[in-house]
Design a protein around this ligand. Structure first.
Ligand code: SF4
Ligand code: SF4
Length: 433
């Protein structure tokens, strides 16, 4: 089983490199077209200018024993003065990058999510665990809920699972560089968003934690699309932090519980990295402060991490004024080499392989009843009725959110293409994992 998993890890790692570690092409018209869709109500509703308290509670937690994690989180809440609300709607946003298992340390551990479900549901809150995974082989986000252990946890504590591809989208126009963009409406349907990242290394972002985790509020392949305008820049690795922060600020989480009990060292963000025990949970109401603490713990200058540097530039935290409550351990992680901008054949190969990853929605006329739901609910208005009344997708406008696949009540929309995804799915099927 381990060698099979190793193969899958390498495949996913290769895919992650193609997505996040190389330049890729996309039809230039896609962003421009979505920018011109002026008939969608815009919103910057959740974004606030306030800077949350930069206190970070460091809680030793030697294992993923449920009771130990539960007690550590509650104690951390006390340290930072966070009061658990009563009877509210709470959205937990873990990191479920793909269809990984908890022991691979590429996803937030289910017992951390379980402890949070327990705490909030004990206070009469309704709890939703929401995510949009980065990889769409096999069952996408929903399959990721199963492999990562979130389905079991949800069942145990009566929480609901929500793949963001099945939600309506909100158009955001408040980004400093990314405009417009779309994130899940679920963020605005809840009273409290809890950001529950995994401490990991990341080939593009260098480190990923609280700030980067909310990129998963962008559904489906739009996550890849939003890299596109910046990839030809020589400072792409640094500059990409700006759209990342635009999304983080739009979501504006009220609480961060960073799973650093076991992090992912040596490589990442996919499961080709090496699990490394760090032994703590970091709890804060300020994502930038939590990431500054995490970077120090693993021996990184926080300002070397572009997302942290950008958050500091935007005034979300000051590294000199992060208040650490508890003892921050020193567990140095390896630094990944910086990106190499490929040229010539190497770049063409990257572009080709990237195209093989992307899946696209297609309408089956034999199953479609022309109900019009996909036309009505497509946020960027990429679907319209063709001459025959069947919906037609405008490739230049479609952001590949994959929401229409979920909207369609008749199963008439399915995802096609993605040669590498199909290969991974076939390997999983043959290997039985
Ligand atoms: S056509 Fe489907 S995948 Fe494309 S933007 Fe609309 S809902 Fe999203
Ligand atoms: S939602 Fe499904 S059945 Fe309705 S028009 Fe779209 S493809 Fe056809």
């Amino acid at each position: 089983m381990e060698s099979r998993r190793g193969f899958i890890r390498n495949m996913l790692g290769f895919s992650a490199f193609l997505i996040f570690g190389s330049r890729f092409k996309w039809k230039k018209s896609v962003l421009a077209a979505s920018s011109s869709s002026s008939d969608i109500s815009s919103s910057s509703a959740r974004q606030k200018k306030t800077v949350n308290d930069p206190a970070v509670s460091v809680k030793y937690c030697g294992s993923y024993n449920q009771d130990e994690v539960y007690a550590s989180i509650l104690s951390g809440f006390g340290d930072i003065g966070f009061h658990v609300p009563r009877g509210k709607k709470v959205l937990l946003k873990p990191n479920i990058l793909g269809q990984n298992y908890p022991d691979q340390a590429a996803t937030t551990h289910p017992e951390v999510i379980g402890a949070l479900c327990r705490i909030f549901s004990d206070n009469g809150c309704s709890v939703v665990i929401g995510e949009s995974s980065a990889f769409y082989q096999g069952g996408g986000t929903e399959e990721g809920f199963v492999t990562s252990g979130m389905s079991d946890v949800a069942k145990r504590y009566g929480a609901k699972l929500l793949a963001f591809e099945s939600t309506l989208l909100r158009k955001i126009t408040s980004g400093q560089v990314l405009n417009p963009f779309y994130i899940t409406e679920a963020v605005f349907d809840h009273d409290l968003v809890v950001d529950v990242p995994k401490l990991k290394l990341h080939r593009l972002a260098r480190y990923t934690g609280a700030l980067k985790n909310l990129y998963g509020c962008v559904p489906g392949g739009a996550k890849q699309l939003y890299h596109k305008p910046y990839q030809e820049r020589p400072d792409y690795q640094e500059y990409w932090a700006k759209p990342l922060l635009d999304i983080y600020q739009a979501v504006n989480p009220g609480l961060i519980v960073l799973d650093a009990i076991v992090g992912l060292d040596k490589d990442g963000p996919a499961a080709n990295g090496t699990p490394r025990k760090t032994g703590v949970l970091l709890i804060s109401q300020n994502g930038a402060a939590a990431d500054i603490a995490a970077c120090r713990m693993i021996g990184f200058d926080p300002l070397w991490v572009p997302a942290v540097a950008e958050a500091v530039r935007r005034g979300l935290a000051d590294p000199e004024h992060v208040r650490i409550i508890g003892e921050l351990p020193s567990v140095p992680y390896d630094k990944l080499p910086d990106l190499v901008h490929k040229k010539g054949m190497a770049k063409k190969l990257d572009d080709y392989m990237f195209d093989q990853l992307i899946v696209e929605p297609a309408v089956s006329r034999s199953a479609c009843t022309k109900c019009g739901i996909c036309i009505r609910d497509c946020a960027p208005h990429a679907m319209s009725a063709g001459k025959s009344g069947f919906p037609v997708r405008n490739d230049a406008v479609c952001i590949r959110c994959y929401c229409c696949e979920k909207y369609c009540p008749d199963g008439a929309i399915t995802l096609h293409g993605g040669g590498v995804n199909h290969l991974i799915r076939a390997v999983r099927s043959v290997a039985g994992i």
